[in-house]
Design a protein around this ligand. Structure first.
Ligand code: G
Ligand code: G
Ligand code: MN
Ligand code: NA
Length: 249
């Protein structure tokens, strides 16, 4: 409860901050987007990573205010970037179910002047566990606003593939657990299959968690369109990302 109250105060008091991790187009390694990753600057504990408070925020309902703060801050930052660079924002299933969610997104776009086409909303396949028409409807309406909807952490959550027919994603991100096992044959086979599935549906593929040159080369050979990972760029504060964009966008 204490941490929950502190988090509420942190959201209201601007103690959250965003780091940004570049996504690079292949094979030229230009930055085509950056993913916003939230951090909590805690007075005693220092920088707290999101896996230590996003779950808490989902349980106590603070995720709605937290998510709104993230969307606004991310769109404001991206509005100052070169216009071909997009911003990716993680959205939890609980946020999607908020009746205010679409107006929160529209508010963040209007407040920043960011073109809707520059916003990528990352969701995980777990939102399809309930196969609810409501979820699909919200994704469709987000698409109508002009945002891209990206399937994050693909291959680790809900394992039915039927939902890929019921909703068309603009991009699929292969979970880093597969990428990090490259060049092991099992992982390579799964990645090859995911890429061929995506290609057959004409959906671009991003690989997450690329840490070595060898992994990069394998993914390039398999036809991956975009990579993200410590090899090319770590999550970094806004001033640093602006520097990187000057030379690599
Ligand atoms: O930055 P880091 O690697 O520690 O992120 C850990 C996890 O937290 C990732 O799964 C990421 O998707 C999630 N995460 C980071 N920022 C946000 C955010 O703004 N909103 C939500 N819902 N999840 C986030
Ligand atoms: O679940 P999601 O894809 O949103 O997770 C993003 C998280 O992945 C961020 O917390 C980021 O720090 C982490 N990440 C990004 N690149 C790498 C990488 O190359 N290796 C590892 N281990 N983690 C990474
Ligand atoms: Mn993500
Ligand atoms: Na992931």
């Amino acid at each position: 409860a204490r941490l929950g109250n502190e988090l509420r105060a942190a959201i209201a008091g601007n103690a959250l901050t965003l780091h940004f991790q570049p996504l690079y187009s292949m094979p030229g390694n230009r930055i085509s987007a950056c993913e916003a990753l939230v951090r909590w600057h805690h007075p005693e504990r220092g920088m707290i990573p999101p896996d230590q408070f996003v779950g808490l925020a989902e349980e106590n309902g603070l995720i709605h205010d937290l998510g709104e703060w993230v969307l606004r801050a991310a769109c404001l930052e991206a509005a100052g970037w070169p216009e071909q660079v997009r911003i990716a924002v993680n959205v939890s299933p609980i946020q999607l179910r908020n009746p205010r969610f679409l107006s929160i997104v529209e508010g963040a776009l209007a407040g920043s002047g960011l073109a809707p086409a520059r916003l990528e909303v990352e969701i995980t396949e777990n939102i399809f566990v309930q196969n609810s028409a409501t979820n699909r409807d919200i994704l469709h309406r987000l698409g109508q606003i002009g945002c891209s909807i990206v399937l994050d952490d693909f291959g680790t959550g809900y394992s039915s593939l039927g939902y890929l027919r019921s909703f068309r994603f603009q991009k699929i991100k292969i979970d880093r657990s597969f990428v990090q096992e490259l060049p092991e044959r099992g992982a390579a086979g799964i990645i090859r299959a995911i890429i061929s599935l995506a290609q057959s549906m004409d959906i671009p593929i991003t690989a997450e968690g690329v840490e070595t040159q060898d992994q990069w080369a394998h993914l390039n050979e398999l036809g991956c369109n975009q990579v993200q990972g410590f090899l090319l760029g770590r999550p970094q504060p806004s001033e640093m990302i602006r520097q990187s964009l000057l030379t690599h966008a």
